[in-house]
Design a protein. Structure first.
Length: 136
């Protein structure tokens, strides 16, 4: 059976542009195949009351593939080598595509209904940030 950590494809690309002496732009893209999971494929009813799930072979299904694109712009105002400290501003956008990447798939059963699935998305929306860096 496939291992829990089996991801046949794991790709990360990073591009850095120096637009000016004091301004840079960074773009990164991450893609990997979804990890294996064991999923319920059916059920049987025990004593006409309790639904017992029937599971697939171990790790025979996969969660959806994961991909994400991040961008950031860095501004270095007043850069001088003779200063005792340097500063910079960074504007970043995490998950620019806004994809809701599934981390895990959970299965649940409501009373008198069959099994259903729902997924848990980790930071599934666009996440902007502004950072001020000070180096000395």
């Amino acid at each position: 059976y496939p291992s829990y950590f089996d991801k046949p494809h794991d790709v990360t690309m990073l591009v850095n542009f120096n637009l000016m002496q004091r301004l840079s732009l960074n773009v990164s893209f991450t893609y990997n195949t979804g990890r294996p999971i064991t999923a319920p494929t059916g059920k049987y009813t025990d004593w006409h009351v309790i639904n017992v799930p029937i599971y697939s072979d171990r790790n025979q299904y996969r969660i959806p593939d994961y991909y994400r694109m991040d961008v950031s712009a860095n501004l270095f105002p007043g850069y001088r080598k003779d200063r005792k400290f340097q500063s910079s501003w960074s504007l970043s956008i995490y998950n620019l595509l806004g994809r809701k990447n599934a981390y895990s798939i959970y299965f649940r059963q409501k009373p008198f209904q069959s099994l259903s699935t729902y997924r848990l998305a980790v930071l599934g929306s666009i996440f902007p940030s502004i950072t001020y860096n000070l180096e000395w």
